[in-house]
Design a protein around this ligand. Structure first.
Ligand SMILES: Nc1ncnc2c1ncn2[C@@H]1O[C@H](COP(=O)(O)OP(=O)(O)OP(=O)(O)O)[C@@H](O)[C@H]1O
Ligand code: NI
Length: 347
């Protein structure tokens, strides 16, 4: 349904160039949930906004990047064309419901406006459709609540309203950028459950962005672990949790509260995600990596198959492919780096 290939999103400012997303490649299939996980600043939201055509200046998507949705290339579309995609194909739910809701209009008016613009539904039919949508996201007493304003809803109910508005476009792909991060755990679980129900009813594809590995376990079929603008590891959710390959993923898993009950403290990875301003010539994780060796400072790892892994499990780490000697593995990454360099030169 969605194929992202070599996506690069760069912000050019007077001071510097921030390379927020650096050549990531992944797919989303019909009815599937792809989780994107990583710490703050790893490029998750920029990835989402790139797909939605919402990267604002000074941001720019690279010329060699491709985002195909249902066989149509999205990069390079005009704003009008993109509006059509956002109106029917792809919808997005943000972390803070208040950024998507206008405080001065009733919830009903906002949903009806979306229905009018995107589906041409008006009048009584719009009222009924809006009530149906609120009921489909399990908001009780929907008819009455149409006339209420966003501030009259609790945080969890407000996020349900935002999901209802996203559904008003009848999307095939829903991108959720940390939709539950601001909510308490119980409400968060309810929203995750709702998304899974909606996915089944509507055969929705979902991209779910979070920094929480626990949430990833709950909701994803496929996982992309992002670090400093790159995909460090990707694979089916079971593989990622049972056979994590990349030391960064291992670190993220260890930081899930309660996963190692014998430990009295919450383990986190020391240090922060760097803000990349140059194309990578090394492993961007090496300064924080407990398994680093000399080559990690000199060779940029490409995504390679993990031998133990099944179902397309890959890691961008010089420790892999794990069937090779360390020397041969490093050579393999060097070779892939040269290949992509020549490709870039050819264009
Ligand atoms: N408009 C912008 N101008 C310059 N840099 C930007 C802009 N938007 C994002 N960035 C940079 O891009 C990088 C990736 O940011 P992004 O928001 O995608 O991270 P994230 O993974 O979503 O983090 P979080 O979990 O905090 O939401 C960061 O270094 C950020 O500073
Ligand atoms: Ni974000």
């Amino acid at each position: 349904m969605l194929a992202v290939e070599n996506l690069q999103t760069v912000f050019h400012t007077d001071k510097e160039t921030v390379r927020a997303v650096e050549g990531i490649t992944f797919e989303v299939r019909e009815g599937e949930t792809v989780g994107i996980v990583g710490e703050s600043g790893s490029g998750k939201s920029v990835t989402a906004r790139s797909i939605m055509g919402l990267v604002d200046a000074p941001g720019r998507i690279g010329d060699d990047s491709s985002i195909e949705f249902r066989g149509r290339e999205l990069t390079g579309m005009t704003e009008n064309e993109y509006r059509e995609v956002r109106g029917s194909g792809i919808a997005m739910v943000f972390q803070d419901p208040l950024t998507s809701l206008n405080p001065v209009y009733t919830v009903g008016n906002q949903i009806k406006e979306t229905l009018r613009v995107h589906q041409g539904i008006r009048g009584d039919a719009a009222d009924e459709a809006a009530i149906d949508l609120l009921e489909s996201v399990s908001i009780p007493d929907a008819r009455r609540r149409l006339d209420e304003y966003p501030h009259q809803f609790s945080g969890g109910m407000r996020q349900r309203v935002v999901i209802a508005m996203a559904l008003a476009c009848d999307p095939e792909l829903l991108i959720c950028d940390e939709p539950t991060t601001a909510l308490d755990v119980t409400i968060q679980a309810q929203i995750l459950e709702l998304l899974q129900e909606l996915q089944e009813e509507r055969n929705l594809s979902i991209i779910f962005i979070t920094h929480d590995m626990g949430v990833i376990a709950e909701i994803s079929d496929w996982v992309n672990v992002m670090y400093a603008g790159e995909i460090a590891e990707s694979g089916p959710v079971g593989e990622i949790f049972e056979n994590p390959a990349h030391p960064y993923t291992e670190g993220l898993l260890k930081s899930i509260p309660g996963r190692f009950p014998d430990e009295t403290y919450l383990r986190t990875i020391d240090g922060d995600v760097p803000t990349p301003t140059e194309s990578p010539t090394d492993c961007r994780f090496h300064p924080r990596c407990p398994k680093k060796f000399d080559a990690c400072e000199e060779v940029h790892p490409a995504p390679v198959d993990v031998e133990s892994g099944r179902g397309g499990h890959q890691a961008a780490c010089l420790l892999y492919p794990d069937g090779l000697t360390r020397e041969a593995a490093v050579k393999e990454h060097e070779r892939q780096m040269e290949d992509s360099d020549t490709e870039a030169d050819d264009e």
